[in-house]
Design a protein around this ligand. Structure first.
Ligand code: ARG
Length: 579
């Protein structure tokens, strides 16, 4: 029972009632949660449509309200406490305390289970920075959003491949290899220790921009690399390894898991894939280049340059082919900034024309807006450089630490050791950056502000950490062991604020399903914040420790904390129990 979502239990009750009320037709039940618990818990608005469809038929109800009444009369009342028919034809229902309590007790027994959904094989391409270049805030968004989507999809039981499509095969390697050979002629015997790859990249670029002869050499090095020259492959690998180590540091800090399958991986498959596309007549010659023109855009995908080289487009056409036919994905997701939207439109359209994307396969470009500085312009350092990810995370942790230190000087101090303080600061700082990134609709640009993301009273990770710690401490302070209590006590809801909180807990699965369907992690943020708010109302309205309902209410606290932690997990936030 606990795996059927609460929303679908209500929807089924309405479908059954509609079936009984109007047996000759097959109507779908349109059921949504009510916007406010004052009106009801769920609402069904099928009556209007049914009324319209039945108009003129013998014996049909005279108004939407009358239609709604017939449905309401046929509703199985076991799960509802109150059913209200509104004049306009809406039916509002309140779930019964008994039913809601039983569902909660189920969750207590079997844990928070995902709603049942058909299992899919998902390939999700995210993070995907470029080798030899620093990971910047744009990649931060892809990494954070992508990781959160993976966690949601995995929770729902999908088979998820987390792919890091790193840019490891571009023309920048010609320049880098030429420069490496110049600076470290004995690189094969004495692999150099390049600590600052970005500085190395910059120096190579300066050389490249200023010196025509060097430019020519750089071009020769790419050609040699792409045709498999051994020394160049060694140099290439050396450079990739240094980059990889830098990326790994960030992934470890953010607890992000990825499998690297960079652009170079697809290289050997490109000729074969181009052949398939050519055989289908999708490829056209255009001044020596091979192009795929699609009616949706005025410019083509360039799948082979006139010098024979391959491009970002060649790789992406090959990658989508590989994902569908080799990895057998039936859902492919690209978490890449919105600026690349048109590129993906073309890739998807061409893959549809080739018959690769059928109606059984879902593809999504999960775009996102840019990160702005407090001046409202694209986030930059004071000197105008791109902001490095490490610096940004370090600063957030530093500020979280200052906040904790100043609290430790006041009355509400916890008496933390230096190590505890640092660990907490790290959790809060990383959580703050993540939550600030996830909390607004990903398509909008958002302003990066340390002050705002660390605001104890705002809709922030810090606020939620406090809420979680407070909820967890209720049982601890009462000195009871909720684990032992679970075996002997049942939740028995009484007060409206209790029911409200309980329903929110039960909606976790449906919310995750919706967030995953829309690929919108901010839905989980809204949920977590809403749950914390509902808890506050319950805490304000209901006496817990020492009341007649003590044990039931302590279990409700426990379930709230458990659910909040699950939401934290989906967002990549580590819970704190004391703060
Ligand atoms: N490396 C690219 C960039 O930094 C992102 C790659 C995204 N994935 C893809 N399949 N094109 O812009």
């Amino acid at each position: 029972m606990s795996r059927t979502s609460i929303g679908s239990v209500v929807a089924t009750a309405f479908s059954n009632a509609i079936g009984k009320a109007f047996p000759s037709q097959n109507y779908a039940a349109a059921v949504t949660p009510c916007s406010s618990a004052r009106f009801g818990h769920y609402q069904c608005n099928s009556a209007m449509q049914i009324f319209r469809q039945l108009k003129g038929v013998e014996g049909a109800p005279a108004s939407p309200q009358a239609t709604a009444q017939v449905i309401a009369d046929n509703l199985d009342t076991a799960i509802f406490e109150k059913v209200e028919v509104i004049k306009s034809g809406f039916i509002n229902v309140f779930l019964s305390k008994k039913f809601t309590s039983a569902r909660l007790n189920d969750v207590l027994k079997s844990g928070i289970q995902p709603p049942e959904v058909p299992k899919r094989k998902v390939v999700i391409d995210f993070s995907s920075p470029n080798i030899a270049k620093e990971m910047h805030v744009g990649h931060l968004r892809s990494t954070i959003i992508g990781e959160s989507l993976c966690r949601m999809l995995e929770f729902l039981g999908h088979d998820v491949l987390r792919i890091n499509h790193v840019g490891d095969w571009g023309t920048q390697f010609g320049m880098l290899i030429a420069y490496l050979k110049e600076e470290f002629p004995d690189f094969l015997e004495n692999p150099p220790k390049i600590a600052d790859l970005q500085a190395f990249y910059r120096a190579a670029k300066t050389r490249f921009d200023k010196d025509e002869e060097f430019k020519g050499r750089a071009h020769g090095e790419v050609v040699a690399l792409q045709s498999g020259d051994k020394n160049n492959l060694t140099a290439w690998k050396m450079i990739c390894d240094i980059s990889r180590m830098e990326f790994e540091k960030i992934y470890n800090r953010l607890d992000v898991k990825l499998d690297e399958m960079g652009e170079s991986f697809y290289n050997p498959h490109i000729p074969n894939v181009l052949k398939i596309l050519e055989d289908q007549g999708l490829v056209q010659d255009d001044q020596g280049a091979k192009c795929i023109f699609r009616p949706i855009k005025s410019y083509p995908l360039i799948v082979r340059k006139s010098d024979g080289g391959y491009t970002y487009d060649s790789t992406d056409m090959t990658a989508i082919w590989y994902r569908i036919f080799q990895q057998k994905a039936d859902w492919i997701i690209y978490v890449v900034d919105s600026g690349q939207g048109e590129h993906f439109e073309l890739v998807f359209d061409a893959a549809k024309a080739a018959g690769w994307i059928t109606d059984k396969i879902r593809v999504d470009h999960v775009g996102f807006g840019v990160v702005l500085g407090e001046d409202g312009k694209r986030l930059k350092t004071r000197s105008g450089d791109v902001v490095r990810l490490v610096d940004l995370l370090d600063e957030a942790v530093e500020r979280a630490k200052k906040q904790l230190e100043s609290r430790e000087e006041g009355d509400s101090k916890l008496g933390l050791s230096e190590q505890e303080l640092s660990e907490m600061a790290s959790i809060i700082g990383h959580g703050a950056v993540r939550y600030a990134d996830l909390k607004s609709n990903r398509l909008t640009d958002y302003m990066f502000s340390y002050d705002r993301m660390l605001d104890l009273k705002g809709n922030t990770a810090v606020y939620l950490e406090y809420a979680h710690a407070r909820i967890s401490s209720v049982a601890r302070k009462a000195g009871v062991d909720t684990e032992a209590m679970k075996a002997v006590t049942l939740i028995d809801l009484e007060h409206d604020s209790e029911v409200d909180l309980a329903l929110d807990i039960l909606r976790f699965g449906d919310t995750t399903l919706e967030a995953a369907e829309l690929l919108m992690p901010h839905k989980i943020c809204e949920y977590a914040y809403g749950l914390a708010t509902k808890f506050s109302a319950f805490y304000r309205d209901c006496h817990i420790v020492g009341s007649e309902k003590q044990d039931s209410r302590l279990l409700l606290c426990e379930l709230t904390a458990m659910t909040l932690r699950k939401a934290f997990y989906l967002l990549g936030i580590t819970p704190l129990y004391r703060i």
